[in-house]
Design a protein around this ligand. Structure first.
Ligand code: ADP
Ligand code: MG
Length: 219
């Protein structure tokens, strides 16, 4: 018998409480169906729940947290409302690119990257100019917090991306310091390819009754 399995309704982006402009933008980007980790995490994340999401590299984790932080964002409010911590400069750049693509549906969402190896001054100027979303590495983000260039009192979403790699690279203390400067009333999302013991510790420190979703590697 020839036939196609029809897709479960829950893999469609339009099953989510997303703005029509966001859905239209996703379609333009060629994002027709949610990936498995998106389908597993977005319904809870868009309800404002803290989520720990584990899935392998290339599974679409960026859009899962980007759509959530964008849903939480008020672009008319000129303050940093989302912070994404990434382990490396390259990853921070990739994440910022994806967040900007997904933010196109909204007017004038400003994404600023803060990572080492780039002069502090230009980054400070970008922050002063106004940022809604900051994507950066923990050390450099901490640096700007210490200097008073970055304020997190209006933050609504904190994302720890590639949390396992950040722990491997010794960023646990910096992450802790940054998290302590975020409002307690916030949504925290943690994404990781693996789930070592350190991740559970990190989650216990910074997250409120997190929901854990895991997508096993497909063969
Ligand atoms: P991860 O962070 O899990 O390693 P990424 O977020 O970098 O994965 O996504 C991998 C690739 O998949 C990117 O090129 C991204 O644009 C693309 N992608 C993500 N979600 C979708 C989707 N729903 N449909 C099509 N492509 C997607
Ligand atoms: Mg990623």
């Amino acid at each position: 018998m020839i036939g196609r399995m029809s897709q479960a309704p829950s893999t469609r982006f339009d099953s989510l409480p997303l703005a029509p402009a966001t859905l239209e933008n996703l379609q333009k980007l060629g994002y027709l169906e949610m990936t498995a980790i998106q389908a597993a995490s977005l319904p809870a994340a868009l309800l404002g729940k803290d989520v720990i999401a584990q899935a392998k590299t290339g599974s679409g984790k960026t859009a899962a947290f980007a759509l959530t932080l964008l849903a939480n964002l008020n672009a008319r409010r000129f303050a940093v409302q989302a912070l994404v911590l990434c382990p490396t400069r390259e990853l921070a750049e990739q994440v910022a690119t994806e967040v900007r693509r997904l933010a196109r549906a909204e007017d004038n969402v400003k994404v600023v990257t803060l990572m080492g190896g780039v002069p502090l001054r230009g980054q400070a100027a970008s922050l002063e100019h106004g940022a809604h979303i900051v994507v950066g590495t923990p050390g450099r983000v901490m640096d700007h917090l210490d200097r008073g260039n970055l304020k997190l009192d209006a933050l609504s979403t904190l994302v720890l991306d590639e949390a396992d790699r950040m722990l491997d690279m010794g960023f646990a203390d910096d992450i802790a310091k940054v998290a302590r400067q975020c409002p307690t009333q916030r949504q925290t999302l943690l994404f990781s390819a693996t789930y070592p013991e350190g991740i559970a510790k990190l989650a216990a420190q910074f997250m409120r009754s997190p929901i854990t979703v895991k997508v096993e590697a497909q063969h």
